[in-house]
Design a protein around this ligand. Structure first.
Ligand SMILES: Nc1ncnc2c1ncn2[C@@H]1O[C@H](COP(=O)(O)OP(=O)(O)O)[C@@H](O)[C@H]1O
Ligand SMILES: [Mg+2]
Length: 245
């Protein structure tokens, strides 16, 4: 469903991503991990068609994202790190905003879709609240609803649980898996939260200094001999220990 081939990107001659190739199958959840500033968001923006890479190609559902950008973007929903909600619109209007732009359905069918989507993400009854009245977790849910309402084949998540407390993180992790199970969407998420990634991802890719140095499941990740991965795994095990004792 997502195919990234030999993708490299430089910002002002500074290499940020080097020769990245990744495939994500239909209905799969792939997590891309790596240190902060390591190029994760840049990779996501290249896949979303928001940024043209210096070289390489990206295909989504068989469409070249940088040549058939409009068509490809209709197949993707993006959940930004900051929920990026419109402060002056309520929850329902925030979700409807994108639907209204793309959908050919009648207004009442559109509203119906928005309400069903809000129910799916657990925001039933919150339709008329304004962004300022929402908790961090609720804002994330609106962001997910906004992507999901466009009925995409692929959802890209940028750090979906960063800044959330452990309990809210857990509920958002569940929601991401539920959305995949219910709608069969393919998901690519970037994150530096190891415990969250272990709960959600079918497969993990790890970026180090702009190169893809690991690809595999969580078992292989845990036993990887790569230093930066070992460091992350040990840190997360220490945190789990403190939470459970
Ligand atoms: N628009 C931009 N112009 C110049 N440099 C950028 C731009 N966006 C990101 N960078 C740089 O590229 C590197 C990777 O950033 P980013 O992809 O945001 O990393 P991550 O999401 O892994 O934290 C950083 O050093 C960042 O400063
Ligand atoms: Mg980032």
């Amino acid at each position: 469903m997502i195919s990234v081939q030999n993708l490299s990107h430089r910002f002002d001659e500074r290499p940020v991503l080097t020769d990245i190739s990744i495939e994500v199958g239909e209905g799969e959840i792939l997590a891309v991990m790596g240190s902060s500033g390591g190029g994760k968001t840049t990779l996501l923006r290249c896949i979303a068609g928001l940024l043209v890479p210096t070289s390489g190609t990206v295909e989504v559902d068989g469409l070249n994202v940088h040549r058939q950008t409009e068509e490809a973007r209709h197949r993707m929903g993006m959940v930004f790190q900051s929920a990026a909600l419109f402060d002056y619109m309520n929850v329902e209007e925030n979700v409807w905003f994108g639907v209204r732009r793309w959908s050919k359905a009648s207004r009442s069918d559109q509203i119906d879709l928005v309400q069903r989507t809000l129910k799916t993400v657990g925001l039933e009854g919150a339709e008329k609240l304004m962004p300022a009245e929402l908790s961090g977790g609720m804002k994330k849910r609106v962001g997910i609803a906004r992507a999901l309402a466009l009925q995409p084949k692929v959802i890209l998540f940028d750090e979906p649980t960063t800044g959330l407390d452990p309990v809210t993180t857990y509920t958002i992790d569940r929601l991401i898996v539920d959305v995949r199970d219910q709608f069969g969407v393919t998901a690519l998420l970037v994150s530096h939260d190891v415990s969250s990634v272990f709960r959600v991802a079918d497969r993990i890719a790890f970026l180090d200094k702009g190169s893809l140095v690991f690809e595999g499941d969580s078992g292989a990740f845990k036993t990887s001999r790569i230093d930066s991965i070992q460091e992350l795994v040990q840190k997360s095990q220490a945190t789990e220990f403190f939470i459970s004792h």
